[in-house]
Design a protein around this ligand. Structure first.
Ligand code: ADP
Length: 433
């Protein structure tokens, strides 16, 4: 039965959190959206439900998070973790405060800590102020974010604007004294009527101490950093065995392919690098702006080239070609970019076709592209394996359908050699081809 149930406000954040839990000894499965009632859930120590609630309207984010909570409690999770971005991405009205308020109420709890710190990634909290590297949050570039501009680094103030509850602080001087001091300070904040306390952390030791101090909290809120201290609680309670390989995904023999739909600089560089050694095929949507034809051409090529080496199929293009296709196809009546939709459909079809051709290890580049692919493949749950690069683990699709290893990469993630490295580090029992 799972011990920890997590609700993440976006997909890549969910993966990041899941990878952190695996690294710290919990077998973890990421669920894509709220599971349906009665949907069998895979065996795991932790479940992470990935929502798309970060910038959704408040009521929608609250409703989805509450539904996720119901599913996690039904699965047996005794402790709930609400994961948001390590830059506390939210609007003036929410959604961090309203979602946390609703979860606390549903859990019958009166207090939760809030800590987005992740020092290894340059996110630290001092006197309640969030720093990105050496800059305050509101001078880090995040003040210009198109959806969630962060113009105040004082998280006590930011969270207070999003909740009717009072927000306190457990400052650095207390955190530095360790778990017992933090536990006492949080208890004092709760008894003073505070609903939340921002907890300072500038170092991994602090995150682990905060995790230990929150062992008996029903709800913990934070970035993925704070989750690193939680598995140890379950081990010391005797509820989590020492896992020799929590990242094990088992043997998945089959062919290998890479699908790229991201047009980010990082992905364009990774494609250029992989083309030096792998057979590759580029879709030509300007010549053939039709998803079925694009997919048909790519799959015909793949049939002849799938084999010992992974094949690379790309839609990715530099900005001027993206702009040309966008100008040609325009927007639908709902205002959606038709070029993006066309290519997402084509790549999702190609993914399904590749699976039919025997591909069992698939790397997908692009956040939206990954969403379209997993949806087309009907994948609802991913077991999280070892990381290829930070934030991008191999995963195994759980549920019906053939065994499939997936690495889903948001555009900007990964080192220049990501695509070839992915197949060099493919999990234990190397897939045979
Ligand atoms: P990222 O993670 O880099 O943001 P996404 O997959 O989320 O990548 O977004 C990339 C978008 O660009 C997708 O909607 C994809 O369909 C679209 N796209 C890919 N190639 C092209 C192209 N050649 N022209 C126009 N749009 C494209």
């Amino acid at each position: 039965m799972p011990l920890l149930g997590c609700i993440a406000d976006d997909f890549t954040g969910a993966t990041d959190l899941a990878a952190m839990l695996v690294e710290n000894g919990m077998r973890t499965v990421q669920l894509i959206g709220v599971p349906e009632a009665g949907q069998p859930l895979p065996e795991a120590d932790a479940l992470v439900i990935a929502l798309k609630s970060r910038t959704a309207p408040v009521a929608e984010a609250v409703a989805a998070s509450r539904a996720a909570l119901v599913a996690l409690r039904a699965a047996g999770c005794g402790q709930i973790f609400f994961k948001y971005c390590s830059t506390f991405d939210s609007t003036e009205r929410g959604n961090i405060g309203p979602v946390a308020d609703a979860l606390l109420a549903d859990l019958g709890a009166g207090f939760a800590l809030a800590c987005p710190a992740f020092p290894a990634n340059g996110r630290s909290v001092y006197q309640g102020h969030l720093f990105v590297g050496s800059r305050l949050l509101n001078e880090s570039g995040m003040e210009n974010h198109p959806l969630t501009p962060m113009r105040d680094a004082d998280l006590v103030r930011v969270l207070a604007r999003q909740t009717s509850g009072e927000v306190g602080l457990v400052p650095y001087a207390v955190v530095e004294r360790g778990a017992a001091a933090i536990r006492a300070a949080m208890a004092a904040q709760a008894s003073e009527g505070k609903r939340y306390a921002i907890v300072d952390a500038v170092d991994e030791r602090h995150l682990r101490a905060i995790g230990a101090a929150a062992a008996d909290h029903k709800l913990i809120t934070g970035g993925s950093g704070i989750a690193m201290g939680l598995p140890a609680n379950f081990r010391s309670q005797g509820r989590l065995p020492e896992r020799t390989d929590p990242a094990a995904l088992g043997d998945v023999p089959g062919l290998a392919a890479i699908l790229a739909g991201s047009c980010s600089q990082a992905t364009l560089g990774q494609i250029a690098r992989a083309r030096e050694t792998l057979p590759s095929f580029a879709l030509d949507p300007l010549a053939t702006p039709d998803a079925a034809s694009l997919a048909g051409a790519a799959l015909a090529w793949a049939r002849d080239h799938l084999g010992a080496r992974p094949v690379l199929i790309t839609a990715s293009a530099p900005p001027e070609r993206v702009a040309a296709l966008q100008a040609r196809l325009g927007r639908d009546p709902m205002g959606r970019d038709q070029a993006g939709a066309l290519i997402e459909t084509a790549l999702a079809e190609i993914a399904a076709g590749l699976r039919d051709l025997g591909v069992r290890r698939l790397v997908v580049a692009g956040g939206e592209t990954s969403g379209a692919v997993v949806s087309r493949l009907g994948v609802r749950a991913l077991r999280i394996g070892a990381p290829i690069d930070p934030g991008v683990p191999w995963t195994r699709a759980e549920g019906d359908g053939p065994d499939l290893l997936l690495a889903l990469k948001s555009g900007n993630f990964g080192a220049p050699d990501f695509f070839t490295k992915a197949f060099a580090v493919v999990p234990e029992g190397k897939a045979s081809v």
